[in-house]
Design a protein around this ligand. Sequence first.
Ligand SMILES: *Cc1c(COP(=O)(O)O)cnc(C)c1O
Length: 411
Amino acid sequence: MNDFAVNRQTFDEVMVPVFSPASFVPARGEGSRVWDTEGRDYVDFTGGIAVTGLGHCHPELVRVLREQGETLWHISNAYTNEPVLRLAKRLESLTFADRAFFANSGAEANEAALKLARRVAIERHGPEKIEIVSFKQSFHGRTFFTVSVGGQPKYAEGFGPVPAGIEHLPYNDIEAARAAIGPKTCAVIVEPMQGEGGVVPGDPAFLRALREACDAHGALLIFDEVQTGVGRTGFFYAYMDTGVTPDILTTAKSLGNGFPIGAMLTTKDIAAHFKVGVHGTTYGGNPLGAAIADKVVELVSDPALLEGVKQRGEQIRAKLAELNQRFNLFKEVRGKGLLIGAELTAAYEGRAKDFVNAAAAHGAMLLIAGPNVLRFAPSLVIPEADLDEGFTRLTKAIEAVVGAAADAQAR
Ligand SMILES: *Cc1c(COP(=O)(O)O)cnc(C)c1O
């Protein structure tokens, strides 16, 4: 059946080189374990970058995938379908929203949100109201509009002129936000906790100040919950624990547990500015993705599951505190629920990737969030035994990195 022999090296021969994947090639996953093509197993602390919230090959999701796969995959948006309508109803029953638009990724959900915000402002207030306020170090995706709005200039540079009217402010800086948000502001887009930017929680007072400033100036508040959403923080959406309700919320990553799907959620009045033909997608809202996401949302919105996320988050923090007592590695451990960032001390400045590589060599998969932060985003239902085993392996990996550093110093 396999016509071509492939391995990690094949990547360098056949792929556009925008990624630098690990040296091993995952072949199979179950729950919080992954096996590579050599049969070695790994404890997965990455969850596919906060995507496989229910672990790999969750039996209920596999069942829905099979059943819907034998029923109807794709029908185009010239028709609607039952799974997407059920998914919209379920999401709306759980949130502030009463309108949904489905896409296939976080970037596309944000693209829709930003386009909608521009439409609303221009139609309600006129062509001058186009300024989008965003934050330094934020991440909103890789389309040209979303890298321009994102707060990491390296992702937008070198592609020619960026869309006009975008401003980047320091995150969690209330005074800067109050000063910048004004009559020309069309929207403020913010991650309630920055993910890619280093796992930095938004201060509730800061988020409240954004809400107030948006209300004062008729601007829309967009929460990018692509990473924080669908149970990741121990709340179904992170906004639910901030006391702030956005006008538009974007969600993706965990929404499909790995089946590509994203969504923009908003209210009826705002949605009314997107009329037939104004925006669209071929795949968005297809019955296969929608059926899977509907099951994901049903399972993750269970209060007992969300409580488990908080407990597991505490367990990881306790284990990190223990590691820190022994190795003095972390300047700070941040985050919420099962999105946790451990920032390295000056002694290990810029070396997060070395820990990730060592972890892989010892059978644990781990993420970075910038050069100085180790990021944990495991399955929301990672079994305690896997957590323990993962930390045993991680400890060995840290011993190897720290030992190598001590050896180098002794020489
Ligand atoms: C990952 C991410 C995105 C982009 O999602 P894609 O599915 O990769 O397009 C957008 N915003 C945030 C906060 C993210 O973490």
